[in-house]
Design a protein around this ligand. Structure first.
Ligand SMILES: Nc1ncnc2c1ncn2[C@@H]1O[C@H](COP(=O)(O)OP(=O)(O)O)[C@@H](O)[C@H]1O
Ligand SMILES: [Mg+2]
Length: 306
């Protein structure tokens, strides 16, 4: 990449930090993206949107935005709407797809309608029949706030009493909380870049699930790419990822998370429209498998702005 070939991007603002509970992760993603674009010769400024995002974006006089914000306020369509109104092109999905993907429950309704497999689930409220929910979901479940990321507020439960406790914990984060049938096989994630699935990554952790610690702190989490699947299952996983991405009308880049059951059936957990972008994150790992360096990946994501 020469300075001339990236001049077309103009002045690029890396939007990062923000105020969501994923702020710390976003600070790391933003710093890594900023450094990568600098290495590639892009004229770039880093904007931590912790306070007054409108003034920060206006004053920076940017031509394009690389959104490296995770969670509500940055990944959910709000910043996308602001940039749309300001006439500034931005990386990744638009307003509607961002808002939909941020809501794991609404995402499941769309996937279900299109016959894309997602685990059975039940919406929870303070007066749920905890025993009936556990029976419906087969005796083991994951409880999730609908709008959080990074495994925040989530827990694995095996009884009606645990379900009720987990609901109370999750409802501190979100008024929409649901329980999903526990799927007990392997875990995979598939990155999407420019309308194509990248090679799947298999995730292995000794924790109870791929929780905050397994994601960002532990050195014990194992990432396998190639993921050990080939032939029909590998193709099926990649095509389910792309179908999910398209079902929500996502654009540019993203990542789709899956669990497999013991028979090898795949279930979509969620679609991430601004996945982690630190040098050891999953999308960069998948990009590396097709020969794209982290710097090249960041430039490619900018090129995909339409
Ligand atoms: N239905 C499920 N069965 C088994 N494990 C699950 C299930 N849902 C989530 N998990 C585990 O929890 C992790 C986080 O769930 P996910 O829905 O991807 O939310 P997020 O990554 O936004 O926090 C997954 O990576 C997986 O390890
Ligand atoms: Mg996930």
């Amino acid at each position: 990449m020469t300075a001339a070939s990236v001049a077309k991007f103009g002045r690029v603002g890396v939007l990062y930090g923000g105020t969501s509970s994923e702020r710390e992760v976003s600070l790391q993603s933003g710093e890594a993206v900023y450094q990568a674009l600098l290495n590639a010769g892009v004229e770039v400024v880093a904007l931590d949107l912790q306070q007054d995002p409108i003034s920060a974006i206006q004053q920076a006089q940017i031509d394009r935005a690389f959104i490296a914000l995770h969670g509500p306020g940055g990944e959910d369509g709000a910043i996308q709407a602001l940039l749309t109104i300001m006439g500034i092109g931005y990386t990744g999905s638009g307003v509607q797809a961002s808002a939909l993907a941020m809501d794991k429950l609404k995402t499941k309704y769309v996937l279900q309608a299109l016959a894309i497999p997602t685990p059975p689930f039940a919406v929870l409220s303070a007066d749920s029949d905890w025993v009936a929910v556990m029976n419906k979901l087969g005796g083991a479940a994951m409880v999730k706030p609908a709008h959080e990321g990074s495994s925040i507020g989530m827990s694995k439960v095996h009884s009606a009493a645990e379900l009720q406790q987990a609901y109370q914990m999750a409802s501190q984060y979100d008024r929409a909380v649901f329980a999903e049938a526990l799927i007990t096989g392997a875990e995979y994630t598939v990155a999407i870049l420019g309308g194509q699935s990248l090679p799947a990554i298999k995730l292995e952790t000794d924790n109870a699930f791929y929780d905050y610690d397994a994601k960002y702190i532990s050195n014990e989490t194992r990432y396998l790419c190639p993921c050990g699947l080939s032939g029909e299952p590998a193709e099926r996983l990649q095509s389910l990822a792309l179908a999910s991405f398209q079902a929500l009308d996502c654009r540019g880049w993203g990542r789709v998370d899956f669990m497999a059951d013991s028979d090898g059936n795949f279930f979509v957990l969620e679609v991430n429209t601004v996945p982690g972008m630190t040098s050891h994150s999953l999308v960069p790992m998948a990009a590396k498998a097709v020969g794209l360096s982290f710097d090249e990946l960041c430039v490619k994501i900018l090129e995909l702005i339409d």
